[in-house]
Ligand binder design. Structure first.
Ligand code: AMP
Length: 295
């Protein structure tokens, strides 16, 4: 099957409303393209639910804090469409910037304290841009279900709040992070790494695993966990750890003590490429229930 590729908002609306009237449930997978097996997992999940699957491919200028990052972001529409077709995607929506923003928007969404740490702290305005484009996509596609990756944990938390705060009647499906065999989380930005950088890049996953191990063995002081985890990032001039934080999964705020489920999240610069990753961590004792720590 070949996916229908549409650039116009009007065409997307009419095509999807025909499907909806025929009884389809609409599943939306928002992406910025340069699709990989992580994106494919989201698309497959939508297919398993029997959704009429819409994949949006849009490199959203509003969410980029650095012009060079926007310019260098990989764009591979032909192979993206081929992958979508192979995965049975019904519609690929790949609007131009002027279709989405015919003029600079007068109204945008401002994300509050949930964006004050992690990526939100280091990429000013990023989550405002994400929330604004996602809300536009929700209005254009009117999906029943949307699929987001846990790879971008803070983004997922922002979207959960967005849907709650604006009473958007959409179900959110979170999809676990897809990794390479050495643990590196798949990312469109990995394509920018040379062989040596690619090798160094796995240290972020190693650090996060160390954090998860410490927490599962009963460490309660975030600072100690962070220090032990950060020590696993090699001392190499090509690497710079931007942050490594232990946050609560709901509000994405650093915790003072680890007493329940948390997320260990990090951002690592590898040369001129910034990579992010995170792991869910659980202490041995969660809210009074004993959790057996595997030996
Ligand atoms: P992006 O194209 O990077 O904006 O990502 C589009 C969607 O794919 C987001 O919901 C991401 O969280 C998700 N995603 C990206 N990489 C992965 C991965 N390695 N595993 C699972 N989901 C991912």
């Amino acid at each position: 099957m070949t996916s229908t590729v549409l650039q116009s908002i009007d065409h997307v609306r009419t095509t999807i409303s025909t499907a909806r009237q025929a009884g389809a449930r609409i599943g939306l997978v928002p992406t910025m393209g340069a699709l990989h097996a992580g994106h494919a997992r989201l698309i497959e999940r939508a297919g398993h639910h029997g959704d009429y699957v819409v994949v949006s491919i849009f490199v959203n200028p509003l969410q980029f804090d650095r012009p060079d990052d926007l310019d260098r972001y990989p764009r591979t529409l032909d192979s993206d469409v081929a992958l979508c077709s192979a995965l049975g995607v019904d519609v690929v929506f790949s609007p131009t910037v002027s279709e989405m923003y015919p003029a600079p928007p007068a109204c945008t969404i401002h994300v509050g304290a949930i964006a004050s740490h992690l990526c939100g702290r280091y990429r000013p305005g990023h989550f405002d841009g994400v929330a604004t484009v996602v809300m536009k996509l929700f209005e254009i596609v009117r999906p029943d279900r949307v699929y987001f990756g846990e790879k971008d944990a803070q983004q997922l938390a922002v979207i959960r709040h967005l849907v709650r705060d604006f009473n958007v009647p959409i179900e959110i499906e979170a999809v676990e992070t897809v990794r390479e065999s050495d643990g590196l989380a798949l990312s469109s930005r990995n394509a920018r790494l040379n062989a040596e950088e690619r090798r160094l890049a796995t240290s972020l996953y190693g650090a996060l695993r160390e954090a998860r191990r410490g927490i599962s063995e009963g460490a309660t002081r975030p600072d100690a966990v962070r220090t032990a985890a950060a020590a696993l990032i090699p001392n190499d001039q090509r690497l710079r750890l931007e942050y490594l934080e232990i946050v609560d999964p709901e509000q994405m705020q650093p915790v003072e003590r680890i007493e329940g489920p948390v997320i260990a999240a990090g951002a690592l610069w590898v040369g001129s490429t910034r990579l992010i990753d995170n792991l869910k961590c659980e202490p041995p004792q969660v809210s009074g229930h004993s959790v057996v720590v595997p030996k």
